[in-house]
Design a protein around this ligand. Structure first.
Ligand code: HEC
Length: 140
């Protein structure tokens, strides 16, 4: 009788552990799903939305976020995306985006749209999904 009890106790502990590890696996796969690059992209999206609002008010955005230079190093969901073409698009984007921060008032809209179009150029070659969303950042 005692033996059966112990076996029962052991299996119930085991089954508990199993469901615990399952939960941990689910949580882990959720965090792994968003790469460093995806997180950086979402920040870039927000910053450009902020810039769009400023530019529409005729104000020049201040403080270029240095964090965006990490586009060259942030870990990608698919690391094979980072080839020489991708690096060229990254440089072109940083170059265009920096121009928004020094733009004279009469070319603010143009510089902002140039920066957003440089996002789209890279996306056309690597990751087409977010393009309709990125286009909303353009000032018509
Ligand atoms: C050099 C290429 C490149 C440039 C420039 C670029 N992107 Fe991306 N973007 C990517 C890649 C690649 C991914 C997929 C990232 C991943 O899954 O690791 C991505 C993902 C995204 C996502 C989806 C993030 C998510 O939810 O998973 C958004 C939104 C986005 N980019 C917006 C932008 C915006 C806005 C800009 C310009 C301010 C921009 N991107 C510039 C290559 C680029």
């Amino acid at each position: 009788m005692k033996k059966i009890c112990i076996v029962f106790l052991l299996t119930s502990i085991f089954s508990c552990k199993k469901s615990e590890t399952k939960e941990v696996v689910i949580i882990e796969s959720k965090t792994v799903k968003q790469s460093e690059m995806a997180a950086l992209m979402l920040k870039m999206y927000d910053k450009n939305l902020e810039n769009k609002k400023l530019v529409l008010k005729g104000e020049t955005p201040k403080d270029f976020p240095d964090e965006f230079l990490n586009i060259h190093t942030a870990q990608l969901t698919d690391p094979s995306n980072r080839n020489s073409q991708f690096n060229a698009f990254s440089d072109f984007y940083l170059y265009s985006f920096q121009k928004v921060f020094n733009a004279p008032k009469d070319s603010l809209v143009l510089k902002h749209n140039d920066a957003v179009n440089s996002c789209i150029s890279c996306h056309e070659t690597t990751c087409v999904g977010p393009i309709p969303r990125i286009k909303k950042l353009l000032i018509k």
